[in-house]
Design a protein around this ligand. Structure first.
Ligand code: SAH
Ligand code: SF4
Ligand code: F3S
Length: 468
C-alpha cells in the first residue's frame, strides 16, 4: 500500500509550533509521510489560533482553499486542531461541512484514536472535551516542523490569569505544569538529535510548578542548564506580576541563559493595565527592567503591546509611548485590540474606532523601529557570538540580497538575527548548523545584522566553534 501523506499548516504562537511537532510525530508513527504542500496531502491539518479576529478569519480562508483541493482529491481528509477548534468545536463542521475532524487543544493525546476512526470510515468527528491534567504524548520528539538547532519545549499548558482581553484561558484551559523529569528528558533527547538551544514555553513561565508543588521555574532552569551539550536556554513568556527575584538571580548565575527576556507590558497606563487585569503598574514594570539590567547589562528586552483597548484615551496612549521610550525595547510586537467573544473586555466600552487604533499602531511602530535600528547600529564593529542555524535563505528586507556573498544565518544571545559571510581569504572548512561562531558586525538593518566570520584561520573548526 502506498504511504499516506500529511501536511500541517500552523497559525499562532510557538506553543502551536510545538504542538504541530507532536501531531507530526503521531502521524509519522501511524505511517504517514510529511509533504510540503497541501495539494499532495491525503490528510491536511490546520492548526489554528484564536488570539485576534484576523487569525480566526485566516482559518476559514485556509479551509476554503483546502475544500478546493479536496474536490480534486476526494479522499483527502481535512482536520482542524488548535485554539479555534477548541473554542468553536462542532460549529466548524456546520460552517465548513467538508471538514472531517475537529480536535481541540485538550484532545491532542487522542489524535491517533481519532485518526483511526476516520480511517475506518467514521466522521465527521469532533472532540473538544476539556478534562484536567497535563496533556502528555509519549515518544521522542522528531524534528519535523521546527529547525533542528533551536527547539521549543512546552513546560506548561493553559493559563489562569484571565487578562480581560484574552481568549487563551478558554482555548487552552487551566494552567498546568509538566513534570520536570519529563522536560529534562525531552531536552536531553533533543540535544541528542542536534539541538543546541531550547526555548521553554508557557503562557506565564514564572508561575511554573507553583500549583502542583513541583520545582520552581528558576530551579527548572538550573536542571535544564545541567544538560550536557546544550549551549543556550531561552524562555517565553514571562508575566511581569510573577517575575521573581530568584529568576532575576538566575540571569546572574546561569551562563547558558541567553541575554534576552520577552516581558509583555501591554500598556503604559496604570488605568488601562487595571482594566486589563494585568495586576502590575507601570512603576513595577520599570523597576523590573532596572533590576534585570543591573544583573545583565546587555540583556535585550522585548515586549507586547495592545493599542486601542476599550476606553484607551490619547493620554493613556501617550503613557504607552513614554514607557516605550523610557525602556528602549529591543523589539516590540504591537497589536490593535481585537474583541474576542466571551472575554470580559468584549463587553467593555467605549470601543476605540478602528481608524484611531490604526493611527496609534502606526505611531507606536514608527517609534519602536527607530529605537530598534539605533540599538542595532550601536552593535556595528562589535564581535558577537552567533549560534549558526544554517545557510542564509533570506536576508533582511532592507539589507542585501541573500546569496550576495552571505552564506550563514544565526542568532546572538540577545536574539538578533545575524547573516554572515566568510572572509575572502578563507578556504578552510565552513561552519555548520549548531556551531557557535564569533562574527564581527559590519552593518545593521531594521530586522537583522550583517557580519563577517571573525575566527582567525587557526581557530576554524576549533574550540570556539565546537565547544560541545
Ligand atoms: N501569555 C502571554 C501572551 C500570549 S498572547 C502574556 O501574558 O504576555 C500574545 C499577545 O497577543 C499578548 O501579549 C497580547 O499583546 C496579544 N493579544 C492577546 N489578546 C489580544 C486581543 N484580544 N487583541 C489584541 N491583541 C491581543
Ligand atoms: Fe492571555 Fe494574560 Fe494568560 Fe497571557 S497571561 S495568555 S495575556 S490571559
Ligand atoms: Fe493563538 Fe492559541 Fe497561541 S490562541 S496565540 S495559538 S495559545
Amino acid at each position: 500500500m502506498p504511504e499516506k501523506t500529511f501536511h500541517i499548516h500552523t497559525i499562532g504562537c510557538q506553543m502551536n509550533v510545538y504542538d504541530a511537532d507532536l501531531m507530526a510525530n503521531c502521524l509519522i508513527s501511524m505511517g504517514y509521510r510529511p509533504v510540503s504542500e497541501p495539494d499532495a496531502a491525503d490528510l491536511a491539518i490546520v492548526n489554528t489560533c484564536a488570539i485576534r479576529e484576523k487569525a480566526e478569519q485566516k482559518v476559514y480562508s485556509l479551509l476554503g482553499r483546502l475544500a478546493m483541493i479536496k474536490r480534486q482529491r476526494p479522499w483527502m481528509r481535512i482536520v482542524v486542531g488548535g485554539c479555534v477548534a477548541q473554542l468553536a468545536g462542532g460549529r466548524i463542521l456546520r460552517r465548513a461541512p467538508y471538514v472531517d475532524l475537529v480536535f481541540g487543544t485538550r484532545a491532542l493525546a487522542r489524535l491517533p484514536e481519532l485518526l483511526r476512526r476516520l480511517e475506518a470510515g467514521e466522521g465527521p468527528l469532533s472532540d473538544v472535551a476539556g478534562g484536567d491534567g497535563v496533556v502528555e504524548i509519549g515518544g521522542p520528539l522528531q524534528a519535523v516542523v521546527q529547525p533542528t538547532v533551536s527547539r521549543f519545549v512546552t513546560i506548561m499548558q493553559g493559563c489562569d490569569n484571565f487578562c480581560t482581553y484574552c481568549v487563551v484561558p478558554y482555548a487552552r484551559g487551566r494552567e498546568m505544569s509538566r513534570d520536570p523529569e519529563r522536560i529534562v528528558a525531552e531536552v536531553r533527547a533533543l540535544v541528542a538529535q542536534g539541538a543546541r538551544e531550547v526555548t521553554l514555553l508557557g503562557q506565564n513561565v514564572n508561575s511554573y510548578g507553583n500549583k502542583e508543588g513541583l520545582c520552581t521555574f528558576p530551579e527548572l532552569l538550573e536542571r535544564v542548564a545541567a544538560v550536557d551539550g546544550l549551549k543556550r536556554i531561552r524562555f517565553t513568556t514571562s508575566h511581569p506580576k510573577d517575575l521573581s527575584p530568584a529568576l532575576i538571580d538566575a540571569f546572574a548565575r546561569l551562563d547558558k541563559l541567553c541575554d534576552h527576556i520577552h516581558l509583555p507590558v501591554q500598556s503604559g497606563s496604570d488605568r488601562i493595565l487595571a482594566r486589563m487585569n494585568r495586576r502590575y503598574g507601570r512603576e513595577t514594570y520599570l523597576d523590573l527592567v532596572t533590576r534585570l539590567r543591573a544583573v545583565r547589562p546587555r540583556i535585550a528586552i522585548t515586549s507586547d503591546i495592545i493599542v486601542g483597548f476599550p476606553g484607551e484615551t490619547d493620554e493613556d496612549f501617550q503613557q504607552t509611548l513614554d514607557l516605550v521610550e523610557a525602556v528602549g525595547f529591543d523589539g516590540l510586537f504591537a497589536f490593535h485590540y481585537s474583541d474576542r467573544p466571551g472575554t470580559p473586555a468584549s463587553r467593555f466600552s467605549p470601543k476605540v474606532p478602528l481608524a484611531v487604533k490604526r493611527r496609534r499602531l502606526d505611531t507606536l511602530n514608527a517609534l519602536q523601529q527607530a529605537v530598534t535600528l539605533a540599538r542595532h547600529q550601536a552593535l556595528v564593529g562589535a564581535t558577537l557570538e552567533v549560534l549558526v542555524e544554517g545557510p542564509s535563505k533570506r536576508c533582511d528586507p532592507c539589507g542585501p540580497e541573500a546569496g550576495d556573498g552571505i552564506q550563514w544565518t544565526g542568532r546572538t544571545p540577545d536574539n538578533k538575527i545575524v547573516n554572515f559571510s566568510l572572509p575572502a581569504s578563507v578556504d578552510a572548512p565552513q561552519p555548520e548548523a549548531g556551531d557557535l561562531c564569533q562574527v564581527r558586525i559590519e552593518a545593521a538593518f531594521a530586522h537583522s545584522l550583517l557580519g563577517i566570520w571573525a575566527e582567525d584561520r587557526a581557530g576554524l573548526k576549533g574550540e570556539a566553534c565546537h565547544a560541545a
